[in-house]
Write a protein that binds this ligand. Structure first.
Ligand SMILES: Nc1nc2c(c(=O)[nH]1)N[C@H]1C(S)=C(S)[C@@H](COP(=O)(O)OP(=O)(O)OC[C@H]3O[C@@H](n4cnc5c(N)ncnc54)[C@H](O)[C@@H]3O)O[C@H]1N2
Ligand code: MOO
Length: 410
């Protein structure tokens, strides 16, 4: 009887990391529109201050604050309106004592003004005079040049994962492109005679292809380029040819299905043939995810990954191995687990780590609770019901209700 010689997740990660060590990290300059999810490859310094000039934060009148001292509804101060400031333009002149200028939100503060009175506190007396019924302190309703970002300041640190707010900041400091760690390119191959696409007519015995869609989405979420997505019949020659050709243009070729010990399970044999380093791992001490295969090909610099056919297992393993490796070698900030209190006991699996999906809820006591979503790894709905997962290490006893756990969000 031939049983799989399994590796722990830690051991498999170690092997993967060692295999790709010589590859180094490549960089790519991308326009901001394509930077979302990218890992910043260098620190970014502001070439210009934000804002670039003193600006009003309200619609109103730019004034000298001293002129408004003591102003109230019953004793207003009368100021002469000497003009109007236009957006995007430098004021035509400054203001002197007893004067004011109309200013829109974001307009440039004129010389001589040190505050802005909101329009709601002013009553137009004539075209050239307004009554101000409210005093305003120096600096009131003004955002000063550099208040947001100082010129020369380090605004973003290498390793930052670019979220919408970072992209906005880059735009604010005048960067139209940014250098990120070149994302890996991934080819995804689903295998199985039973598989049909979501649009095909359902027939008895057929199963809709979930993995191509789920894995492609995870890869894109991680910021990778997806260079190809294939659905193949269980045919060794076809699989070998498709993987071989994908290796020329991909950093990762992920094959789902055919990783186990069934009669038609050929993924291990194909990876063994095509990877110059042979098979690194065949079998993970993980539930779900046992039928996982890893190989590395040095000449093409490709990771070959055989994933379990069961959809939840395939997605979790991709996350645990490839997601982890990408975070590690791209220098990106590590994902932060959420602490939560377990609501029921979770059993361990002898000799295997358990990756248990959980839902996060707020308990009546106000604490964050982790509610396990139990179900077999062939079920896709357990992932949609889950907010994250917890890991019980191999050789550890199960977890007890009430224990604090760390939830990795998915
Ligand atoms: N004798 C053994 N049998 C099995 C073992 C084992 O160790 N010994 N492991 C089980 C575990 S755990 C898993 S997971 C599965 C994985 O097997 P494979 O990776 O070889 O995958 P398949 O047999 O091709 O498929 C398994 C299952 O998943 C469905 N599937 C496959 N691809 C897709 C897809 N793209 N979209 C949706 N569903 C897919 C497939 O129809 C099968 O139902 O093996 C156990 N058996
Ligand atoms: O461990 Mo399999 O990978 O249960 O689904």
């Amino acid at each position: 009887m031939k049983l799989l010689q399994v590796d722990t997740v830690a051991r498999a990660r170690e092997k993967l990391k060692k295999a790709v060590q010589g590859q180094g990290v490549k960089r790519r300059r991308v326009p901001l529109e394509e930077a979302l999810g990218g890992i910043l490859a260098e620190d970014v310094y502001a070439k210009e201050p934000v804002p670039g000039f003193d600006r009003s934060t309200v619609d109103g009148y730019a004034v000298r604050s001293a002129d408004t001292a003591g102003a109230s509804d019953s004793v207003p101060v009368f100021l002469r309106i000497t003009g109007e400031i236009e957006m995007g333009r430098v004021p035509e002149h400054g203001i002197c004592p007893g004067e004011c200028m109309y200013i829109p939100t974001g307009g440039m503060i004129p010389e001589g003004a040190d505050a802005v009175v909101m329009i709601e506190y002013c009553e137009l007396f004539s075209e050239t005079e307004t009554a101000v019924c409210h005093s305003v302190p120096a600096g009131g309703n003004i955002v000063h040049a550099g208040d947001d970002v100082q010129e020369g300041e380090k605004v973003l640190t290498k390793g930052t994962r670019l979220r919408p707010q970072e992209i906005g900041l880059l735009a604010a400091v005048g960067e139209e492109s940014v250098t990120i760690v070149k994302p890996w390119s991934v080819t995804i191959i689903a295998t199985g005679d039973e598989l049909i696409t979501p649009g095909d007519r359902m027939e008895p015995g057929k199963v809709r292809n979930i993995n191509n869609y789920g894995l492609e989405a995870i890869a894109r979420q991680m910021g990778f380029d997806v260079s190809g997505c294939f659905l193949l019949k269980d045919e060794r020659g076809l699989l070998e040819e498709t993987v071989r050709s994908a290796m020329r243009q991909s950093d990762i070729v992920a094959v789902s299905g055919g990783s186990s010990k069934g009669k038609k399970d050929e993924t291990a044999s194909v990876i063994g043939t095509l990877a110059s380093e042979g098979i690194l791992t065949q079998g993970l001490a993980l539930k779900p995810g046992k039928p996982t295969i890893l190989g590395y090909d040095v000449p093409t610099g490709t990771i070959l990954l055989g994933l379990p056919g069961h959809p939840s297992a395939a997605m979790i393993v991709f996350q645990l191995l490839i997601g982890w490796l990408w975070e590690d070698i791209s220098g990106g900030k590590k994902s932060w687990p959420v602490p939560a209190e377990l609501t029921v006991n979770v059993p361990a699996a002898p000799g295997r780590a358990v990756c248990q999906t959980v839902q996060l809820l707020r308990g009546e006591d106000g604490r964050t609770k982790a509610v396990p979503v139990f179900g077999r790894s062939g079920l896709i709905s357990i992932l949609t019901k889950a907010d994250g997962y917890i890991v019980i290490p191999e050789n550890q006893e199960g977890l007890k209700k009430g224990e604090m756990v760390e939830v990795f969000l998915i």
